[in-house]
Structure formats: C-alpha cells, structure tokens
Design a binder for this molecule. Structure first.
Ligand code: NAD
Ligand code: ZN
Length: 381
C-alpha cells in the first residue's frame, strides 16, 4: 500500500509498504478514506519526539471503511464507515473505566503517563498511523465509532482529535458563565477551543497567535477578539489591560512546545526566538490568568521543555489541568452540537491533498504557507 513514510526530521515521503494484517483476533483493518495532518504531527516532523523511527507512518486523525475484522470483533462489520479516536485504548483498565482513554494503562508499554496514539512514534506505542491506504486498528470493539449517516466525512475526521481536543481544553478550563477566556494558538485546536469556550458559557473570548490569516479566520469563525503577539511588547500586561487589570479568568494553551524554536518574551518584553527549553506559552498563560484563575493545557510539550514557572503558579493558586483528550467521551455531545448547527467543523479544512503529495503537505502546514489551517490527505482509490 501507499503510506506516509518518516525518513528523519523534515523528511517525509509517500512510499510503498506491506498492507497491515490482522495480528490479533481483536484487530480490524480499516481502509482509510481521509486522514489529517495535526499540529502534533509537526512535533514528530520537527524531530522533537524521541524514538520516532525511520519508516514509521504518522497519522492519528483518520476515518475509513472496515475492510476486515478479526475473529473476536463483535461490534464492527466489514463495510462500516468508522471514525477512529486518536487514542489506542483498552476500555477496561483503571483509567479507561474513568473515561481517561488518553491514559490507558495497557496499550503503551513505553510510558506510565500516556496511552498509545496511532502513528506517534514508539514513545506512544509504535502503532503505525492512518496517513496510509490501510491501517490496523487494535481492540477494534473499543475505539472506533460507526459514523452516523447524517455526519459527513469532513466533520467525522475532525471528530477524531482536533474538535474533541479543543472542546476538552475549554472543559478543563472550568469556564463559568461570563468568564473571559484567552486561547493561545489559532491552529485547529485553538480554533475549536475558542468556539467551544462559548458553549461552556464564556462571556468573552480572545485568541492570540502570530499568523494573521489564522487570526482572521478565527475572528469570524469563533466570533472572538484576536491579538497578534508580534504587536505586543508584554503579553501578560496586554491581557491585564484588556481585562480591567485582573487578568483572564481562564487561559488555554493550544500551542505546546516545539524544538523547532518558539518565541519567548523576556521580562523586558523583548521577543526572541528560542531554540528549545522555553515554554513561552506556559509563561504567558500563568502570567496572564487572574489570581485564582484556571490554566488549561492541551498543547503538547516534548522532553526538552521543563522551564515552568511553577512558583508563580503555586503563589497564584492556579488550577492547572492537562491531558491528552479522551476523544470518545465527548463524541455524543459533539455530534449533537454539529447536528444543532452550533459548530461546523469542516470549515477549518483549507487543503485536500493526494497522499502521494504528503511531503509538500507537511511542508506547507509546517511553514504556515498558502493560508493553511487543516490539511486532509486523500489516499488513492
Ligand atoms: P498548529 O501547529 O496548527 O497550531 C499552533 C498555532 O500556535 C500556530 O498557529 C502557531 O502560529 C501558534 N503559536 C506558536 N507560538 C505561539 C505563541 N507563543 N502564542 C500563541 N500562538 C502561538 O497545531 P494544532 O493542530 O492546532 O495543535 C496545537 C497543539 O495542540 C499542538 O501542540 C498539538 O501537539 C497539541 N494537541 C494536543 C492534543 C491533546 O490531546 N492534548 C491533541 C491534538 C493536538
Ligand atoms: Zn492530532
């Protein structure tokens, strides 16, 4: 089959590799009809995630048609149109029983923190991902969801990660009626976090990024205020000025850290490019939230980031919540929001690219070229 193939940092290509096969009677093979490139894939692409092996196929956001099921699979049948949450999870361990599917204890022997994730290196279990024609889906009775007939493919594929993650970011912010919510990052996750903040009762939503076309999009899509951080000398001061000097009730980190270099702001307000190790957005969240406020983190941090101003966080009594999203927990409610017209996920899709052109697709998404927000990869058929 044709599949995205990792060759090393900034080097990916479409290549042929053997079709996946049923390895366990609980597996299914899914023929992928759509997959996305996620901001999380950029951490892999930039070489930030340990144990990302040459030959690995990325892709944790995908939907498709069930092609084959193992002997033990009971709930899926060949021909079902399914969305597959990005978490690989067992459904029965201590954490899965608490609906903490992102923390499944059984699917990722490499970590006691995070469960497995499709196509996310051997650090996250080593499962090949869905930027391919076919993918093996383990524990197929647990993760995949048959897509309701009235949910179109473009919405369904965004239900595998970006939308539930943005939604969980807002949920973890514990937003109260009328709260001012600042979302850092206007990528797909931040866009959906901003949109979701209103669903949780926000009274005001402000989105911060440096990419003008993304800010322009989110301003209309989520009807929020926007700030380009390149125009701001001191982020915390700026947010305080916007909030009667209190600070935001809730700050959401939808950026994370990336060894490719992030922008940091020094105490003097000067913007500077850092190589790694400066968790800029965490600083901005902690310093921009009001005392007693909430910081919600869904941005992913690699091991090079550990300079967290934890003293400030403690002194301000901030509630910090963070996790990988438990996608499946949110699906019934999100499907109702889509049906009710509260949210139209597919509007964020800017690019549809044949899987053969995966190298260009990564370059365009990573470099924020051509007004790219969300890219769908279409396998050959
Ligand atoms: P993306 O790369 O498309 O978007 C990130 C945005 O952040 C970009 O628009 C970038 O310009 C902006 N940015 C960079 N530095 C900034 C700063 N200092 N302040 C404000 N904005 C800044 O990525 P995405 O797909 O939207 O994902 C966002 C983050 O969420 C990534 O770290 C990704 O790994 C993570 N993620 C987490 C989960 C989870 O379950 N926790 C799931 C999906 C994605
Ligand atoms: Zn993702």
């Amino acid at each position: 089959m044709l599949a995205m193939n990792y060759r090393g940092p900034y080097r990916v290509r479409a290549d042929h590799k053997p079709d996946p096969v049923i390895e366990h009677p609980g597996d299914a093979i899914v023929r992928v009809t759509r997959s996305c490139i996620c901001g999380s894939d950029l951490h892999l692409y930039h070489g930030m995630v340990p144990d990302t092996r040459v030959g690995h196929t990325f892709g944790h956001e995908f939907i498709g048609i069930v092609e084959e099921v193992g002997a033990q699979v009971e709930t899926l049948k060949v021909g079902d149109r399914v969305l597959v949450p990005f978490n690989v999870f067992c459904g029965s361990c201590f954490f899965c029983q608490k609906e903490l599917y992102g923390n499944c204890h059984n699917t990722n022997a490499m970590s006691t923190a995070v469960g497995a994730i499709y196509g996310y290196s051997h650090t996250a279990g080593g499962y090949d991902g869905g930027q391919a024609e076919y993918v093996r889906v383990p524990m197929a009775d647990v993760g995949p969801v048959v897509i309701p007939d009235d949910i179109v493919d473009d919405d369904a594929v965004l239900l595998t990660d970006a939308l539930p993650t943005g939604y969980q970011a807002a949920e973890m912010g514990d937003i109260k009626e009328g709260d001012t919510v600042v979302v850092f990052g206007a990528g797909p996750v931040g866009i959906f976090a901003a949109k979701s903040a209103w669903l949780f009762g926000a009274g005001r939503v402000i989105v911060v990024d440096e990419v003008d076309y993304r800010l322009e999009f989110v301003k209309h899509y989520a009807q929020c205020e926007v700030v380009n951080f390149k125009d701001v000398r001191d982020m915390a001061l700026h947010i305080k000025k916007m909030t009667d000097w209190l600070g935001a009730d809730v700050c959401i980190d939808a950026v994370g850290g990336d060894a490719a270099g992030s922008v940091a702001q020094t105490v003097t307000g000067r913007l500077m490019k850092m190589q790694a190790g400066a968790a800029t957005v965490l600083h901005w969240c902690i310093n921009s939230v009001r005392k007693g406020g909430n910081v919600s983190i869904v941005g992913v941090y690699g091991p090079t980031f550990n300079a967290v101003p934890i003293g400030n966080a403690l002194n301000k009594g901030i509630t910090m919540r963070m996790n990988q999203a438990s996608v499946k927990r949110h699906l019934p409610r999100l499907i109702e929001h889509i049906r009710a017209g509260h949210i139209d996920p597919k509007q964020i899709i800017t690019h549809r690219v044949p899987l053969e052109e995966v190298a260009d697709a990564y370059h365009i998404f990573s470099s924020k070229l051509d007004n790219c927000i969300k890219t769908i990869l279409i396998p050959p058929r």
